[in-house]
Design a protein around this ligand. Structure first.
Ligand code: ACO
Length: 437
């Protein structure tokens, strides 16, 4: 097989096998030929939480966690953040190329003119309790969209796929904003097609009695930047959820719903909410050393620090930290910022964090900015889900086009009981009492 291979000796049998290496990986299925007997199932790899398993080949996002590099379709995140709008980046992620001027006009027109949602979705939203978490509302309403577009099931049809992608990218801000207004008991503000993607989102969130809402340019741009930074991040928890659910060939609304649900968790999209709660609990700079002590003793977790992939400063966190100053010039400064800066300074000098390569991630500063912009903490994961929709959809498309992909179905190592005798219900109490005695 040559140099691009791995020779393995099975010490149980003394047999030697040669496994091919491609792109720095062996194929897990090649392990199956390693058997102790003809009727043996074959060797499997055991990898809870996918710590060292590539589940796909992808051409969308590149991350080098050791060097702190993030690129979408080959373009460095720093450059895209500086020069592009979010719709431009969404086009790039979904289609693989930066749009030409005509393409961008057309794309922007489409995602602007698909922002409306069916009036019945509003009624649906009205049914939620006044204090319903907007992420719960978003999960439900994205799933509900599939019932309004039954043709979305035709996932093999490229035109149908394209239309659902446009609809989802266009409608996510509307669903998110309506969920927010519901929590305030405010009437829904309808989309304004004259505004940019983020400007219109701010309009639907914050418009009150003015005839025409004018977004504050600095905040519109800050949100745009945050959307660009959150657009994709290769095979993270929510993307894996979208791919896994999408592998059953369900419609994209249902697949994206899985992604939104995954993002709701505090270790993923809920982390910036958790960062703010943590900073509020710390309360003042003099209480930081005590908090760090608790983290080191395993009683607390320094939220917004650490990442499965980045073992260096998350490049997105660096961009956000720089942006914070611009935002705080037009909003009131966030009183939690000095605590965050001091916490970062202390943690980055502490051997516990340095030796474990724990650096600030994208969530460490994003919550402070969102809060200064007037968003309640419950909206933070929602603000993540909106731009990540383009990434999820690009990954979903890539999955469908990949002839190697099948329905995702991991294996397990069964450690439970061997076959047992069924016990009638009338006898179980006596059996349990016997065990307890
Ligand atoms: N605070 C304190 N210790 C930590 C932290 C943290 N934030 N993160 C990791 N560690 C410790 C672990 O306890 C472990 O220590 P040990 O070796 O003594 O057992 C070591 O660092 C390695 O951590 P793992 O848990 O193995 O790292 P993993 O890759 O599984 O977890 C994760 C990554 C979930 C992001 C983790 O760092 C974490 O919980 N961070 C806080 C939550 C957070 O900020 N999440 C946002 C991630 S970014 C995103 O989703 C967009």
């Amino acid at each position: 097989m040559g140099a691009q291979s791995l020779t393995v000796t099975d010490n149980r049998t003394g047999k030697t096998y040669e496994l091919g290496i491609e792109h720095g990986a062996i194929r897990a299925m090649d392990l199956r030929k390693i058997k102790v007997a003809e009727d043996d199932f074959g060797l499997m790899s055991y990898d809870p939480a996918f710590m060292n398993t590539a589940s796909c080949q992808s051409r969308i996002t590149f991350i080098d966690g050791e060097k702190g590099i993030l690129r979408y379709r080959g373009y460095p995140i720093e450059e895209l953040a500086l020069r592009c709008t979010y719709p431009e980046v969404a086009f790039l992620i979904v289609n693989g190329e930066l749009p030409g001027a005509r393409q961008l006009n057309d794309w922007t027109w489409q995602i602007t003119h698909h922002t409306w949602i069916h009036e019945n979705i509003k009624k649906f939203m009205d049914g939620f309790r006044h204090d319903a978490h907007p992420m719960g509302m978003l999960i439900s309403t994205v799933a509900a969209l599939s019932t309004f577009y039954p043709e979305a099931k035709e996932i093999a049809n490229p035109e149908t796929r394209r239309l659902q992608i446009v609809r989802l990218i266009a409608k996510m801000p509307t669903l998110a904003a309506f969920a927010y207004r519901h929590s305030l008991g405010m009437p829904y503000a309808y989309p304004d097609n004259d505004l940019s993607y983020t400007g219109n989102f701010l309009n639907m969130l914050f418009k009150t009695t003015e005839v025409k809402y004018k977004p504050e340019p600095a905040l519109e741009r800050a949100l745009e930047l945050l959307f660009i930074l959150h657009a994709d991040h290769e095979q993270n928890c929510s993307t894996n959820a979208v791919r896994s659910v999408g592998s059953s060939q369900v419609d994209p609304y249902s697949a994206v719903t899985a992604g939104v649900a995954a993002l709701y968790g505090p270790l993923h999209g809920g982390a910036n909410e958790a960062v703010l709660r943590m900073l509020q609990t710390i309360g003042s700079k003099d209480r930081i050393p005590e908090f760090i002590r608790r983290v080191k003793e395993g009683e607390a977790r320094l939220m917004g620090f650490g990442h499965r992939v980045y073992k260096h400063y998350d490049p997105r966190a660096r961009i956000i930290k720089r942006m914070a100053d611009e935002v705080f010039q037009v909003t009131r400064p966030n009183p939690l910022l000095p605590i965050a800066l001091e916490l970062e300074r202390i943690a980055l000098e502490d051997d516990y964090f340095v030796s474990r390569k724990l650096y600030p991630n994208v969530d460490f500063y994003s919550g402070l900015i969102y809060q200064a912009m007037g968003f309640p903490v419950e909206m933070f994961p929602v603000l993540f889900a909106i731009p990540r929709t383009s990434g999820w959809l690009a990954q979903w498309q890539e999955l469908l086009a990949d002839p190697e992909q099948k329905i995702a179905r991991p294996r397990q190592i069964y450690l439970g009981a061997a076959q047992r005798e069924y016990v009638e219900i009338g006898l179980r109490d006596a059996e349990q009492d016997e065990f307890a005695a």
